[in-house]
Design a binder for this molecule. Sequence first.
Ligand code: TYM
Length: 329
Amino acid sequence: MDTVLSGIRSTGHLHLGNYFGALKNFVKIQDDYRCFFFIADLHSLTTHPHPDDFHSSVRTILAEYLAAGLDPEKSAIYIQSDVPEISELYVLLNMISYVGELERTVTFKEKVRQNPNNVNAGLLTYPVLMASDILIHRAQWVPVGKDQEQHLELARVFARRFNNMYGADIFPEPHNLVFTGGAVKVPGLDGSGKMGKSNGNGIYLYDDEKTITKKVMKAVTDSGPTEPDSPMPEVIANLFTLLGLVSDRSTVDYFTEKWNDCSIRYGDLKKQLAADICKVTLPIRERIDAIYNDESYLSEVVASGREKARASAAATLALVKQAVGFKAF
Ligand code: TYM
């Protein structure tokens, strides 16, 4: 059985980008692969969260994973920092990753632009830690959204480089596990780029109906089409992309026709979009608080995930250390 691994950073609540780009697929594949799903708490430290918030963010993502349908009986669900083998592999992979290739990563360049006062080394080597997460379980498949594909490409580079350098065949090359339609990029509601945690343009699994409706009704639009079959500007195409994720085919066709013959009313489109988002997220939301507050259940889940993940990680690390030349005295 092939191995699947993926994770999400523990920053705030999960948004629709995390859900449609990642979590929804995690839930779908649990019966078909050996699955590892984790919470990337070490990665979240690049932005220096306050110590009082650090643990509760991990707990939030864990509760949202479980509320969405991740099953600890089927998958190893664990916290990244609970598996020290990952950090050990990270040290070793840092030795074979080059500053130049890391500096060229689009996400790194973006972070430098956004936060010029916090260009820390952890940010630069973020893809090395991510590769360690993946390679420590020798995963073949990594379900992620489109924005993570360059990181995945680097994980393949490091896997190949390590195997070649040490003449070992330890790491398979990991690939994105994509479903019909290819890798997903969920747009934000502000008409600019992707939905993200820090962009303030997101809808969260934890939002209630009122909040979702308010956010969608305020989404950026234009003054409407003036000629039949005119090309769709990006802000409107974004709303249709969201509609395509949450609504059925006939709804999308209905509004596409209305766009094409210039009779579309954005208010109607948004009302429908908000209702259909609620249909997807509210049943998940309903379960989050009860799970979040069930301390004994959460600690059981984390302990069993840690055990499964550490067993798999230790086996890989032993092979890696042997290949590099470590020997016991
Ligand atoms: P993160 O926490 O930013 O996002 C988690 C997952 O959600 C996807 N995603 C999106 N997909 C489509 N459209 C969007 N607008 C959108 N926003 C987020 C991301 O593609 C990702 O799949 N580096 C990772 C976490 C990580 C990881 C790993 C993932 C650490 N180690 C190992 C896989 C394997 C990250 O920051 O994701």
